[in-house]
Design a protein around this ligand. Structure first.
Ligand SMILES: Cc1ncc(COP(=O)(O)O)c(C=O)c1O
Length: 415
């Protein structure tokens, strides 16, 4: 198969990632295809965080001394980098969280607890990650609203006709939808969905865990009310994520956790809250991870999200073509033109866990299981899928290796 041309020099990028230089199982090169679970980190992030601890660490927002001011500056600069990266209108709309999961839980437990009740509907989707199902189930038990799900069509896209019909019932107060599915790869029409939700007076929350790392995102253009994502999937460290929210909506929400930094004044009789975004950031925050996330944003921006997206579209199309050559293999989800850099698949006669284990013995890391999307797997009628997911540092040769090794996997597993 002829190899397509990629938009940048992948080898130059790989040189920035020390983990990709090391041998796997001592002797084979690591082919890392589990980027949807978590990405690897470039030297800029690793060294930047180490350097912060070596030279600049102190608690933020508290100390009236130079080191604390320096740490605060770095921490707040990172917030502004994220603001610019997703085109929010103010740094006050950028709340640091631990990740996508915490962002969604924050909205559920503050906005949801205040605004949802009996007779209301929250609309999620059948392709949702557990983090966008379970918080709403927990809250529905408490507040008595209904949780409904937009179904998906056989081609792995959302049933937009059903979405329109579900919205017609004026009781929908919130639509909560994944931007890009971590299993099917489907990229959902968020702008259109936001427009339709707003026409019915509902708010919309976007799970951007699999979109912000891979494509340009402009929250103002999408016109979403909330947008949550994770640092560790976009070259940053674990323990840091972002919840974006429109300022007037965030202003109107009660705090999430109580403690230091989120207050204006505390007396023994009661407390008042700090300004945004600090109202939602109780306690000593993840300072070094936030700075690491800012550096990850620098790194991604230096390449350009358009180019990264283009690279991944080419990789995905190539991967789907190569995987189609493997007899007995089924890839789930829409064609590459509507898909993020994810290929979740099954092989007739082989369990996904065994497939992943044998691939690992050849140095190829993929994930197997339900990928925190059990309801979706029930709909697909499979217990588990193996999932290869690509990022800016993956090569076409790695995809060749995956396809070729899957033939060996079949020889080993299928009798
Ligand atoms: C679509 C999607 N949503 C939410 C999450 C949860 O992200 P985190 O575990 O970083 O909170 C993930 C992680 O796999 C995901 O893929």
């Amino acid at each position: 198969m002829n190899k397509p041309t990629l938009p940048y020099d992948v080898e130059a990028i790989r040189a920035d990632f020390p983990i990709l230089q090391q041998a796997h199982h001592d002797d084979v090169p690591l082919v890392f295809l589990d980027n949807a679970a978590s990405s690897q980190k470039p030297n800029l992030v690793i060294d930047g965080m180490t350097n912060y601890y070596r030279t600049s660490h102190a608690n933020v927002h508290r100390g009236i001394y130079q080191l604390s001011e320096q740490a605060t500056q770095l921490y707040e600069d990172a917030r502004k980098k994220v603001r610019d990266f997703i085109h929010a209108s103010s740094h006050r709309e950028i709340i640091y969280t631990r990740g996508t999961t915490e962002g969604i839980n924050l909205v559920a437990m503050t906005w949801g607890r205040k605004n949802l009740g009996v007779g209301d509907v929250v609309l999620s989707t059948a392709m949702a990650h557990h983090s966008n199902i379970v918080p709403w189930q927990i809250l529905a038990e408490e507040k008595g609203f209904m949780l409904k799900f937009v179904p998906i069509l056989d081609n792995g896209t959302l049933d937009m006709e059903a979405y329109r019909q579900l919205l017609e019932d004026n009781s929908v107060k919130l639509v909560t939808v994944v931007h890009s599915s971590n299993v099917l790869g489907t990229i959902n029409p968020i702008k259109e969905m936001a427009h339709l939700a707003h026409e019915q007076g509902a708010l919309i929350l976007i799970d951007g865990a699999q979109s912000v790392p891979h494509m340009p995102v402009n929250v103002q253009d999408l016109d979403c009310d909330f947008f949550a994502f994770s640092g560790h999937k976009m070259l940053g460290p674990t323990g840091i994520g972002i919840l974006y929210g429109k300022r007037d909506i965030l202003d109107d929400m009660p705090p999430y956790m109580g403690g230091g930094d989120m207050i204006a004044r505390v007396t023994l009789e009661g407390s008042t809250w700090n300004d945004l975004p600090y109202k939602f950031e109780a306690g000593t925050p993840s300072i070094a991870p936030a700075i690491g996330l800012g550096l990850a944003v620098d790194y991604l921006s230096s390449i350009g999200m358009d180019k990264i997206h283009q690279h991944e579209q080419i990789m995905t199309e190539y991967a789907l073509d190569r995987l189609a050559e493997v007899a007995g293999l089924t890839v789930y989800g829409p064609p590459s033109t509507q898909k993020g850099a994810v290929a979740a698949f099954t092989i007739n006669g082989a369990h996904a866990h065994d497939v992943a284990q044998v691939l690992d013995s050849y140095g190829i890391a993929v994930r197997a299981g339900h990928h925190c999307a059990m309801p979706l797997h029930q709909l697909l009628n499979v217990n588990a899928t193996a999932r290869a997911s690509f990022y800016l540092y993956n090569t076409l040769e790695e995809i060749d290796m995956l396809a070729e090794t899957l033939e060996k996997v079949k020889d080993k597993l299928i009798f």
